[in-house]
Design a protein around this ligand. Structure first.
Ligand SMILES: Cc1cc2nc3c(=O)[nH]c(=O)nc-3n(C[C@H](O)[C@H](O)[C@H](O)COP(=O)(O)OP(=O)(O)OC[C@H]3O[C@@H](n4cnc5c(N)ncnc54)[C@H](O)[C@@H]3O)c2cc1C
Length: 414
């Protein structure tokens, strides 16, 4: 098959890139080895995180660090045998987490974060998916008065600096919003700007359906390699090959599999994360997604049940899914909300594609004309997919980009 542009990877990022290119009159083929939205985009916590203006850095506070180093908490788990394999990435991540650098990184990401709600809203409306979207924020619960005080200071600071809307909730106010939350949650912060999604996989599939309804082609094939051919590209899949003038690599955590053979050494590590759904017990319902920051998990009311998502696991990407963090999180989550029986008997595993500087890679691959990159969105791929799609499409079509693309250029790693 021949097309002007092949977008490789039909996660939220690839689908969004394809839609934005199509809107600009390009003929696009979207290609994935699975159906759209079955990778990391399927099972995330569903937060369109307008309030996450500071990316998830390595904590500099020694108590938090010791907590993670103990390898016994729900927020972060690591396989000791795997860490040496990613030592340079960890060192880069540590350096980028320095408060001064973090501030700069946050300011570079801000235009994308600011665009996230509007870009999703436009696609949700066009695709008829508003039933999947809730526009009433999420709640950060706290377990002690001291933490509530600290969270209150932080939210006031975020309001003053970034204009983020939030309410500090004492136990009474929390109960008004979420009557089923148990008394271990003594209060919280209601972050009011973000949207949440009741089925992130269905959202990505719905966006892909919009792309098809507008005349786009989706192929279900695994790509083995890509290579320059004449003025364009050859894309070799499992049993045939395609030609195109331009290629976009949007393979999430797998992006290096096609880029390494072309000589790109990109520090991309999969931060693994798991989920399971639970039935609510009795009459208990959850109206908002709830983050228990002190323990490190999210409970989200989803179509399939109450989704419990875990924090970060640093282990081989192809190691089997496990219940270690889920079990830790589930025990503590039951103190906050009455979870019933699990819906599935196996956990879901997803790979967050993470760079050490917490920024995605968006833009041209500087050593190969016609090769474009869109991956590395780590904890915020659902949030940033459509904004990334817009930025990359603007760059590819020579429009003035709505955000400065230079912080996302691959050149920073080469
Ligand atoms: C537990 C968890 C919770 C999260 N919570 C949130 C959240 O609340 N909010 C948020 O914004 N983000 C969240 N994220 C992050 C978010 O899910 C990811 O950043 C995002 O899904 C990445 O999208 P993507 O399109 O880059 O990758 P993916 O969705 O992984 O898509 C990549 C696609 O490439 C395809 N592919 C790979 N290799 C090949 C090949 N060789 N040939 C063909 N196809 C191939 C895969 O099949 C896949 O469909 C979470 C992630 C996890 C794991």
């Amino acid at each position: 098959m021949t097309s002007e542009i092949f977008v490789l990877g039909a996660g939220i990022v690839g689908v969004s890139v394809a839609l934005h290119l199509q809107e600009r009159g390009r003929s696009v083929v979207l290609l994935d080895r699975n159906a759209p939205g079955e990778g990391a985009s399927f099972g995330n916590a569903g937060l369109i995180e307008r309030a996450s203006v500071i990316p998830y850095a390595i904590p500099r506070d020694w108590r938090a660090l010791l907590g993670h180093a103990s390898n016994r908490n729900a927020a972060v788990r690591y396989d000791p045998a795997f860490l040496p394999r990613i030592a340079p990435w960890l060192l880069g991540y540590w350096r980028a987490s320095h408060p001064d650098r973090l501030k700069k990184i946050a300011s570079e990401l801000l235009p994308l974060i600011e665009a996230c709600l509007g870009e999703h809203e436009r696609l949700v409306d066009a695709a008829g998916l508003s039933h999947l979207l809730r526009r009433d924020g999420w709640i950060e619960v706290v377990r002690s008065a001291a933490t509530l005080e600290e969270a209150g200071r932080r939210s006031a600071d975020m309001q003053a600096t970034y204009g983020l809307a939030s309410d500090v909730l004492d136990r009474q106010a929390l109960t008004r919003l979420e009557p089923a939350l148990r008394s271990a949650a003594i209060g919280g912060i209601h972050w009011r700007d973000p949207f949440t999604v009741s089925d992130p996989g269905a959202l990505t599939k719905g966006y892909a359906a919009l792309f098809e309804a507008r005349g786009g082609t989706i192929l279900r094939e695994g790509v083995n390699h890509i290579a320059p051919e004449g003025a364009g590209w050859r894309i070799a899949t499992e049993n045939r090959s395609h030609s195109s003038a331009e290629v976009v690599v949007a393979l999430g955590a797998y992006s290096n599999t096609l880029l390494s053979p072309l000589g790109y050494r990109i520090p991309l590590v999969a931060k693994r994360g798991h989920h399971m759904h639970f039935r609510p017990e009795g009459e208990a319902t959850l109206r908002h997604s709830v983050l228990d920051e002190e323990i490190g998990y999210v409970l989200s009311p989803m179509t399939a049940g109450i989704r419990l998502t875990t924090g970060i696991e640093l282990a081989a990407p192809d190691a089997p899914a496990n219940r270690i963090q889920l079990d830790r999180a589930e025990r503590r989550a039951r103190e906050i909300f009455q979870l019933g029986m699990p819906v599935e008997d196996k956990p879901w595993l997803g790979l967050r594609p993470a760079t050490p500087d917490m920024k995605p890679v968006i833009g041209p691959a500087n050593r190969h004309p016609g090769l474009w990159l869109a991956f590395g969105h780590a904890h915020h791929g659902l949030t940033l997919g459509p904004a990334t799609g817009r930025l990359l499409a603007e760059l590819m079509t020579g429009e003035t980009p709505f955000a400065d693309p230079s912080p996302f250029d691959i050149g920073r790693f080469l």
